[in-house]
Design a protein around this ligand. Structure first.
Ligand SMILES: [Zn+2]
Length: 386
C-alpha cells in the first residue's frame, strides 16, 4: 500500500535543483553551484535531505587523471509517486506514476456526464484510493488533474466546462477534502502538451498539441515551458471558438460558425447523420468519414471541408508559436494515415517557407497512459520541480 507523503518542509531551492538534474542528467555539486549561482554550501544543504529521502543518489564518475573521482548527483525517479487524473466528458483516467511520469497502474472509468461534480469527485477519489491501496511504491506527493475547460490562475478551480455543464468547480478543494494530499488542476490539453514536452521523448524544444474531440483545444509548450495567456483565467487557448464560417451553425459557446462546429466529433457525426447514415456508437469519426468518403462524394466533400479547416488552424498555430512539432490528438490520434498525411502536407503548404522543412506533424499518443502522463506532469511541475 502506498501511503500519502506526510507534509514536509521543502527547502527553497529543492525544485530548482531537481529540475536541473531532470533536464541535464547527473551533475556534480560544483556544476550545480555554477548553474544556479548558489554557494556550494547552499547546494550541499539543499541536496542532503534529497539524498536522505532517496530522491537523489551519488555516483563516483570515472576519472582519468589523478586525485579523487568527481561525484555526480543522480535523480531517482522511482523514489516518489504522483497520481494523474485526466478528466473527460463522461470518462476519466486515473493512474500512478513516478517522477518521470511513467505510468505503472491505471483505472479507466466512465461516468454519467449529467452527474453533479461532487459525485464525480467521489468516484475519482475512490479510484485513486484503490490504486494507492494496491500499490507498493513510495509515498504519493499529490495529484494532478487535467480538467476539460478553463481553470483559475491558482490552478485549483475548473471555471467552466461547457460539455459537462460545470461552472466554478473547486476540483482541488473537493479532492483534497476526500484524499488529504495536495491537488493541482490545469487545462487538459495544456497538461497533454506539458506531458509530451517533458516526458514524451520527442526531440523538440517547442511543441503544440491540438486536441479534437467534443471540442477543439490547444496546448503549447515553448522551450519546454507551458504557455499561459491572460484575461484573468488560466490563459487557455480558445482556438475552437474562432469563427471560421460566417453565419455558420450554432456553437455551444453561444456564437455561430466556430471551428468546433465544423471539426469536432459531434459536429462531424451530425453531418454524417444528415447525409443519410448515423455513426455506430464508439466509431472512430475520422476513420468512418474516410471509409464513407470513398464511396459517397457528399461525404468526400465534408471530409475536404474538415481537413481544410483543420489545416488553416494548424498553419496559424505553427506560424504563431513556431513549434518544431505539432501533435494532433483526440480523434486525430487514430485517424487514418492518409488523413494525417493531408494534414501534414496542407499545413506545410500554408506556413512560412522557412519553417516547412523542419516542422513535424504527428498523431499524438492517444493511449490512456499518455493522457495520465499529462495529468501527472502538472502535479510534478508544481509539487516537485518548482
Ligand atoms: Zn464557439
Amino acid at each position: 500500500m502506498t501511503l500519502l507523503e506526510p507534509t514536509r518542509h521543502r527547502g527553497p531551492y529543492e525544485g530548482m535543483v531537481l529540475k536541473i538534474l531532470r533536464d541535464e542528467g547527473p551533475t556534480s555539486r560544483t556544476r550545480l553551484s555554477a548553474i544556479t549561482g548558489l554557494s556550494p554550501t547552499t547546494i550541499t544543504k539543499t541536496v542532503a535531505p534529497l539524498i536522505e529521502l532517496g530522491l537523489l543518489t551519488e555516483r563516483a564518475d570515472e576519472y582519468g587523471g589523478l586525485g579523487r573521482p568527481a561525484i555526480s548527483l543522480v535523480p531517482v525517479p522511482e523514489a516518489l509517486t504522483v497520481a494523474g487524473v485526466q478528466l473527460g466528458v463522461g470518462k476519466y483516467r486515473v493512474g500512478l506514476t513516478d517522477a518521470r511520469s511513467q505510468v505503472r497502474s491505471r483505472i479507466v472509468s466512465t461516468f454519467d456526464p449529467s452527474l453533479p461534480a461532487e459525485e464525480v469527485m467521489n468516484l475519482i477519489a475512490a479510484d485513486v484510493r484503490s490504486l494507492l491501496t494496491a500499490d507498493s511504491g513510495p509515498a504519493c506527493i499529490g495529484i494532478g488533474v487535467g480538467a476539460p475547460g478553463p481553470v483559475d490562475l491558482a490552478r485549483r478551480t475548473n471555471i467552466r466546462s461547457v460539455n459537462l455543464g460545470w461552472s466554478d468547480v473547486p476540483i482541488s478543494d473537493l479532492l483534497e477534502d476526500r484524499l488529504g494530499i495536495p491537488v493541482v488542476v490545469d487545462h487538459n490539453v495544456r497538461s497533454l502538451a506539458l506531458g509530451e514536452a517533458r516526458y514524451g521523448g520527442h526531440d523538440a524544444e517547442s511543441l503544440a498539441y491540438l486536441y479534437v474531440r467534443t471540442g477543439v483545444g490547444l496546448g503549447v509548450a515553448v522551450k519546454g515551458e507551458p504557455f499561459y495567456g491572460g484575461h484573468g483565467t488560466g490563459g487557455e487557448s480558445y482556438i475552437g471558438h474562432t469563427r471560421v464560417v460566417e453565419d455558420g451553425r450554432p456553437c455551444s459557446c453561444g456564437a455561430r460558425g466556430c471551428l468546433d462546429t465544423v471539426v469536432s466529433e459531434p459536429s462531424i457525426a451530425a453531418r454524417l447523420a444528415e447525409l443519410g447514415d448515423p455513426l455506430p456508437p464508439d466509431a472512430n469519426v475520422m476513420s468512418e468519414m474516410r471509409a464513407r468518403a470513398r464511396r459517397d462524394p457528399a461525404v468526400a466533400e465534408l471530409e475536404d471541408t474538415v481537413i481544410d479547416q483543420l489545416v488553416r488552424s494548424m498553419a496559424i498555430i505553427v506560424n504563431l508559436f513556431t513549434p518544431e512539432l505539432l501533435l494532433v490528438g483526440g480523434s486525430l490520434s487514430s485517424a487514418p494515415a492518409e488523413v494525417i498525411a493531408r494534414l501534414r502536407e496542407g499545413t506545410r503548404e500554408r506556413i512560412f517557407p522557412l519553417l516547412r522543412d523542419s516542422l513535424r506533424v504527428e498523431p499524438a499518443d492517444g493511449s490512456d497512459d499518455a493522457l495520465i502522463r499529462g495529468a501527472a506532469a502538472i502535479a510534478l511541475e508544481v509539487l516537485h520541480y518548482s
